[in-house]
Write a protein that binds this ligand. Structure first.
Ligand code: GLA
Length: 394
């Protein structure tokens, strides 16, 4: 469990100064996968796994960044910060410094301690939580007054241009703007959003298939270029299609046959996923849980069959969940090719549900799944000094 007090002490012991503390959460996406970079809709929730950033100013000209998780510390002269990635944890805070500098924010000398409990490589956005925690911490030492939606955009830029993963805005946005007990429906074009309460009788159960995934390079970027190929073709017929957000199922009926078969399937997933995501937000807001659940299962099927971004292990988890009483809906969440499933489950059934899921998964695959009972949490925030004893509650 993430211990604010211990993180604060570790920082003070190492750097000799009491830090200001910040937290930024990981996320689960309830629905809307690979729609963000098509300017579409997503509906994630921040979760109660987070990265803590403890920061204090320095009087020399050094930037020191320490990771408790990796038990490693790096230091650089503030005027000679790395300008390219090293494919290690430090790329995330360094990417943040690089984009802040580009945006005209002078980087101060500081000591930063990072400590997180978002499972790494599980599709719960550990990277975005590190970026956002680092950025709000560093900004607190500057005079720059940057709104949270802009912080999200800058952190996405760090991920795209420094880390080298062509991801969309979803993870950084929810890490910035999430709200306790709410899902967030985001229009990734306008960045307008609305918060929809998650009914208090429902638990967010996250099941980790333990199949690792990674975004930098690999399948994620391949999918993205397939989507771009399909978009370019549709745009030739209808120039007003900037991104797949602007395309309709009818466009695919008319011109889909001109695409490579796999490109057609990728586009079909995104176009239908946008429709499902908006409908799911309406269903959540109107309390129509049956429709919400159905849309989640349909989204999983589309992710599996059309986007081909699932894996056999995650399909098993979703199938098992669907047979359990009290499960409203289940699907693979996040970038795909492994990671976690998200399950909306009646509170009264959540314990049995988790046990059954773990047993069934072990029987089917021989793998021991981690299962987390989460609740929707707040986005990035400063932790008050007085919050001495508080652990990030779970
Ligand atoms: C990753 C990316 C997001 C989004 C999802 C898929 O989490 O970081 O931008 O594309 O995958 O929905």
């Amino acid at each position: 469990m993430l211990d604010v007090t211990a993180t604060r002490s570790l920082h003070t012991q190492r750097f000799g100064q009491s830090p200001a503390m910040f937290a930024a959460p990981g996320r689960v996406n309830i629905i809307g996968e690979h729609t963000d970079y098509a300017d579409g809709f997503v509906m994630p929730a921040a979760i109660d796994f987070a990265t803590l950033a403890a920061i204090s100013p320095r009087t020399d000209t050094t930037v020191a960044i320490r990771s408790i998780n990796f038990d490693e510390e790096v230091t650089y002269p503030v005027d000679h910060l790395p300008t390219s990635a090293s494919h290690q944890w430090r790329d995330y805070p360094l990417g943040v410094l690089s984009v802040l500098r580009e945006a005209g924010v002078p980087i101060p000398a500081f000591s930063l301690t990072l400590n997180g409990d978002v499972p790494i490589g599980a599709g719960l956005s550990s990277s975005a939580s590190i970026e956002v925690a680092s950025m709000v911490a560093v900004l607190s030492l500057t005079r720059a007054d940057i709104p949270m939606t802009r912080v999200a955009q800058l952190c996405q830029r760090a991920e795209n241009h420094f880390v080298g993963a062509s991801t969309g805005i979803m993870d950084q946005f929810i890490a910035c703007c999430g709200a306790e007990d709410h899902a967030l429906l985001l229009d990734c074009r306008s960045l307008e959003y609305r918060l929809a309460p998650i009914p208090s009788h429902l638990s967010l159960v996250i099941a980790n298939s333990m199949v690792k995934h990674s975004h930098a390079g690999g399948e994620y970027n391949t999918r993205r270029s397939e989507v771009e190929e399909g978009t370019a073709l549709l745009r030739r017929h209808r120039p007003e299609i900037r991104l797949l957000r602007d395309a309709t199922p009818d466009d695919l009926v008319r011109w889909g046959q001109e695409m490579r078969p796999e490109v057609l399937k990728r586009c079909r997933h995104i176009i239908t996923e946008n429709i499902r995501t908006v409908a799911a937000a309406d269903a959540l807001e109107s309390g129509d849980l049956k429709t919400l659940g159905r849309l989640m299962y349909e989204a999983h099927a589309s992710y599996r069959d059309d986007f081909e971004a699932s894996c056999p292990e995650c399909d098993i988890l979703v199938d098992l969940a669907g047979k359990e009483p009290g499960c409203i809906g289940a699907r693979l969440t996040g970038g795909g090719f492994g990671g976690c499933t998200v399950n909306l489950v009646e509170n009264s059934q959540a314990g049995t549900f988790s046990e059954h899921l773990r047993e069934g998964y072990r029987e089917a695959t021989g793998i021991e799944a981690d299962i987390y009972l989460c609740h929707a949490s707040a986005g990035a925030h400063r932790i008050p000094e007085t919050e001495g004893e508080t652990q990030l509650a779970r």
